[in-house]
Design a protein around this ligand. Structure first.
Ligand code: CTP
Ligand code: CA
Length: 226
């Protein structure tokens, strides 16, 4: 046709991608969450699919349409996301964790609506499992890509996560920067690699960022001989 279609450079590759926020229940009408829109992950799922990958999208609650030919699994909490990822990770050639997973959940979920009382309310929060850390421990022949959303010390924090979680690449974005991060259609990112290499990009659309991430994934498949 007149429009050139993308080369199917990821033909036969199975890629798992997580996206969106998680929602941590407090009582039947309330929950804790964050500002993640899911746009980055959904855009990535779309680009991966265009290049021929078999894409599974594990998504927290979003208002986004499922990209065509992507198989989507809906989850709500971090624990549900953990279980959905672990059930499928071993058959995947690559996992990309773009979800903004809540680090904590309320220790207790009340089964009736909490009634207000005099004075302050103290909610005890307990740690959620770190999905990417667990994937990094289990990783054998697989490409693992994480995200780091930071408001300060971007490079140091991103490199620390790259190392600690045993990743092949981390996508760092400064969410304090204008035009970058949650709910926006644009993002300004840098990629960091375990060998110390890095790449910094100008502000661009999340679609363009996705194209660069998928280019980088293709390169990682090549060099790791997968
Ligand atoms: N991540 C995860 N499981 C969690 C928390 C985070 O898999 N419970 C993943 C995210 O999807 C992201 C990466 O780990 O790819 C980094 O997430 P981020 O929130 O930036 O870092 P944390 O390791 O949670 O550290 P902190 O929030 O303290 O900066
Ligand atoms: Ca976190």
């Amino acid at each position: 046709s007149f429009f050139s279609s993308p080369k199917k450079t990821l033909d036969g590759k199975k890629v798992l991608i997580t996206a969106g926020p998680t929602r941590e229940a407090f009582d039947p009408v309330r929950y804790f969450t964050n500002y993640s829109s899911g746009k980055m992950g959904y855009s990535l799922a779309h680009v991966l699919q265009e290049r021929g990958a078999e894409v599974t999208l594990i998504s927290g609650p979003t208002h986004l349409k499922t990209p065509e030919h992507v198989s989507r699994i809906n989850v709500t909490s971090a624990i549900e996301m953990f279980e959905a990822v672990m059930k499928r990770e071993s058959e995947m050639d690559a996992v990309i964790m773009s979800a903004a997973i809540a680090d904590y959940r309320p220790k207790e979920i009340f089964h009736q609506k909490m009634k207000k009382q005099e004075g302050s309310l103290f909610v005890e929060m307990v740690r959620n499992p770190d999905i990417l850390l667990e994937l990094g421990k289990r990783k054998d022949k697989q490409v693992l890509i994480g995200f780091a959303a930071e408001t300060e010390h971007l490079e140091d924090y991103a490199k620390e996560k790259l190392r600690k979680k045993n990743l092949d690449m981390i996508v760092a974005n400064n969410i304090a920067e204008e035009g970058s991060g949650f709910e926006k259609d644009t993002n300004k990112v840098s990629f960091y690699y375990p060998d110390g290499n890095f790449k910094s990009f100008e502000l661009m659309t999340k679609h363009q960022v996705s194209e660069h991430i998928v280019d980088a994934l293709e390169e990682l498949f090549k060099v790791s001989d997968l």
